[in-house]
Write a new protein. Structure first.
Length: 123
């Protein structure tokens, strides 16, 4: 992944404008994984574009969650072939485990739809 692509911004959870500043204050595995800066600490790009801006990020979250559930089902089906409640239990466990990354990647992917990299904004 090269700097300047939207995929770089999403995977590294960086500002979509300068791709140097972090969007989140803490590491993804901390209990404060949802703490997000209001603006980029490097270039000042506003992360809170308007009230309820990140409401649309739920569509990305749904897609990520669906992918996790399908992956869990396929892995269980072709390895153990368990009963129905085992599928349900493991899908719930997978959803809980992936929650911090799902939350963050959904938000970063959503904001990247509406903004682009500006090389002159980076150092």
């Amino acid at each position: 992944m090269t700097k300047g692509t939207k995929l770089y911004s999403v995977m590294h959870q960086k500002c979509p404008h300068c791709q140097e500043g972090n969007m989140f204050r803490h590491a993804s595995l901390s209990t404060k994984f949802a703490d997000m800066y209001d603006a980029c600490p490097v270039c000042g790009f506003d992360f809170v574009r308007e009230p309820s801006f990140y409401f649309g990020a739920m569509y990305f979250s749904y897609a990520f969650q669906t992918a996790i559930c399908v992956a869990v089902c396929l892995i269980l089906r072709f390895t153990l072939n368990p009963d129905t409640w085992t599928y349900v239990t493991w899908m719930i466990a997978g959803s809980i485990i992936i929650l911090p990354w799902n939350y963050r990647w959904s938000r970063v992917a959503w904001i990247n739809l509406f903004s682009s990299y500006k090389k002159e904004m980076s150092r």
